[in-house]
Design a binder for this molecule. Sequence first.
Ligand SMILES: [Zn+2]
Length: 84
Amino acid sequence: MKCNCGGTFKEKIQEIQGRQNPVMVCDLCGEIVFTLKQSKNFHKLKPIPVEKKAREGWNEAFKQMEKNQDDKLIINDDIDQWPD
Ligand SMILES: [Zn+2]
């Protein structure tokens, strides 16, 4: 694997965000890149707070839908009880 500067990327262990990760480092300019495998491995171990937040949002949406259905049901019942 060749770098744009003409150097060669070699696999090294590099500390990124407090974790030791195997990365490709250019022996000439020091540029760091991930291979696809390294990138997947890195993201797999990363905590995903965004996903949790999104799920909380869904719960709120479902609660709102439930509430709306209940309201609709009560109105329908009232109409059924009306005399002709
Ligand atoms: Zn380079």
